[in-house]
Design a protein around this ligand. Structure first.
Ligand code: SF4
Length: 246
């Protein structure tokens, strides 16, 4: 995923033996305006060999920290939660100290799906809020701001105070500074421990235009806000990507 997404942090992460894997196929059931992944309604069932393939890659590459992310599979009853749990379980067999972060879709807010993933025991449970509520229609038309907050909130409730939750958003899609601040407050209120904020970059001409290239000072201000709001960890910079910080 790091290579196909042309992530600017690839050398830093690879030097730390960290990488991200995309599961559940290369097509998504949704059509977010900032994403270059193709949308399809009829999709193949999850590949049962995938958890084993990831295990093999992790062992071969000597990965120490992994992020498992996926497209959104609204076509599956559990939204792919069972497949996430299978991946976590098989990776736990490799090494106890392997750091496992899951960056999950909203599972249409299905609490049993969220529970399935939390119970599998990832080190970090991440779900991106992506943008501010006013822009959802344009940026994440099939998603729901409150539902995404509820996914983070429920994961925290299930996992307990030491269970790490995380969320990320992009800046530069037309949001106002105070909207970013309000979204950070909402995330903190939902029990989110880690927040990342990065500059939105247009992946291809089909995707939304960049409304603003934020000055570095604005990201410094976001970091100050994250500190003042009491987030355990945060990364706010033009090149920050949601799977970057652990
Ligand atoms: S849900 Fe995720 S993979 Fe699907 S279009 Fe949106 S950002 Fe892309």
């Amino acid at each position: 995923m790091c290579q196909s997404a042309r992530c600017p942090n690839i050398y830093d992460c690879f030097s730390k033996k960290k990488c991200t894997f995309l599961i559940l196929g290369n097509y998504c059931t949704r059509s977010c305006g900032f994403c270059a992944i193709e949308t399809k309604s009829e999709l193949l069932l999850p590949d049962k060999k995938e958890p084993f393939n990831i295990k093999e890659a992790v062992e071969r590459l000597g990965v120490r920290s992994i992020v498992i992310t996926s497209v959104t599979r609204d076509d599956l009853d559990d939204g792919g939660a069972g497949h996430f749990a299978d991946c976590i379980a098989i990776l736990r067999d490799i090494r106890e100290d392997l750091k496992i972060e899951v960056l999950v879709p909203d599972f249409l807010g299905k609490s049993d799906a969220v529970e399935r993933v939390v119970r599998a025991g990832p080190d970090v449970f991440s779900h991106n809020i992506e943008t501010v509520p006013r822009l959802y229609k344009r940026v994440r038309p099939e998603a729901d701001y409150k539902r995404s907050l509820d996914v983070i909130r429920y994961a925290k409730e299930l996992g307990g105070p030491d269970f790490i939750t995380k969320s990320g958003l992009m800046a530069g899609l037309g949001e106002a500074q105070d909207e970013i601040y309000k979204t950070m407050q909402d995330l903190k209120g939902a029990g989110c421990d880690i927040v990342t904020i990065g500059q939105y970059l247009r992946p291809d001409s089909e995707c939304l235009e960049v409304e603003e290239f934020l000055a570095p000072e604005k990201f410094i201000r976001f970091s100050k806000w994250a500190e003042d709001l009491g987030f355990k960890r945060f990364s706010c910079s033009p090149f920050t990507r949601s799977s970057y910080l652990e």
